[in-house]
Design a protein around this ligand. Structure first.
Ligand SMILES: [Cu+2]
Length: 314
């Protein structure tokens, strides 16, 4: 899961923070889906990631440095991947046992009636300290609808990573169903350069600020992680196509995993990718092909605090 940051009194604030995120309409609805708009890999070293229901197919070992992933969602639902870098002392199986399983236990408790505030407290108690202090989100794709492909470029340091997808299927995280995989990033470095963006996005608390314009056809987007909240979840950005602008509140609700039908398909908008949380100062890139329509940039965790930016492509 995306790493929470908290310590000491921050836990209390965290619980308040979680409870503040629960004030949204709890109905989701189907959106009309448009024809598939896929991205195709550029030339050069591309790491292929194939998502199925419910597994990842990707190399066990990849080079460090700038890395381009071509993510193909061959499943029948929304998928994505997040890359979490583990502390040197923690193994993939420990992460699975002490992080992934507890998240499912906590969500099962929410399903049985536990409040989100109590669930936040429970998470703080059962997750190991190294999860909060030592696991680092190093990027990944935004959420992507079935049948679509997304290409991202991120700069990876050597280490042991967990690739995971925590969308839900009937209340069970995809991680629990098998969508997590160990990926070793080697000392040996790749020789690729990051792509040239036509639009640059900066993420701050709590704004998504684009410079440049999204256009019809191929767009290369850079995302600069200028800051993250000191507590709670980190910043990220997702691209959605909006059939109906009034659905924004439903999307914000849907993006909160603590809601019973949050991150549970069907999603209330069409998800086209983006970039998952990266360390402060990092830049990640992604490529997307757009057709005419209404779109929005949106944060997974802070849409309600203003991290939504609508735009149109003509
Ligand atoms: Cu998934």
């Amino acid at each position: 899961m995306k790493t929470f940051k908290l310590s000491g009194i921050a836990m209390i604030i965290f619980i308040v923070f979680l409870s503040c995120r629960s004030d949204y309409n709890n109905s989701t609805s189907k959106s009309s889906k448009i024809n598939l708009v896929n991205t195709k890999p550029d030339s050069g070293d591309i790491i292929k990631v194939i998502a199925k229901d419910f597994s990842f197919q990707v190399d066990d070992e990849i080079n460090s440095g700038w890395t381009t992933f071509n993510f193909e969602n061959r499943g029948h639902t929304v998928h994505f991947f997040l890359l979490n870098l583990l502390p040197d002392t923690i193994s993939y199986s420990e992460y699975h046992e002490k992080v992934s399983i507890p998240f499912q236990i906590v969500f099962d408790s929410i399903k049985e009636g536990m409040s989100k505030a109590d669930a936040g407290g429970m998470l703080g108690k059962i997750l190991p300290g190294w999860y909060f202090s030592g696991v680092q989100s190093m990027g990944g794709t935004g959420f992507i609808d079935q049948g679509k492909t997304s290409q991202i470029t991120v700069n990876l340091i050597p280490g042991t990573y967990v690739m995971e997808c925590y969308i839900k299927e009937k209340g069970v995280f995809h991680t629990t169903l098998g969508m997590m995989k160990e990926v070793k990033v080697l000392e040996e470095s790749s020789n690729i350069n990051p792509p040239k963006p036509n639009i640059k996005i900066t993420l701050t608390n709590h704004l998504i600020t684009p410079i440049g314009e999204m256009k019809k056809g191929k767009n290369t987007v850079s995302v600069y992680f200028k800051e993250h909240p000191k507590i709670g979840l980190g910043n990220d950005v997702h691209l959605i196509k909006l059939a109906d602008e009034s659905k924004i509140d439903k999307v914000i609700y849907w993006l909160d995993w603590m809601n019973i039908d949050g991150l549970e398909p069907p999603s209330p908008a069409e998800f086209l990718g983006g970039i998952q949380e990266m360390p402060i100062g990092s830049i990640g890139y992604f490529t997307v092909h757009l057709e005419s329509g209404n779109y929005a940039w949106i944060s997974e965790s802070y849409g309600a605090l203003g991290m939504v930016n609508k735009f149109s492509v003509r």
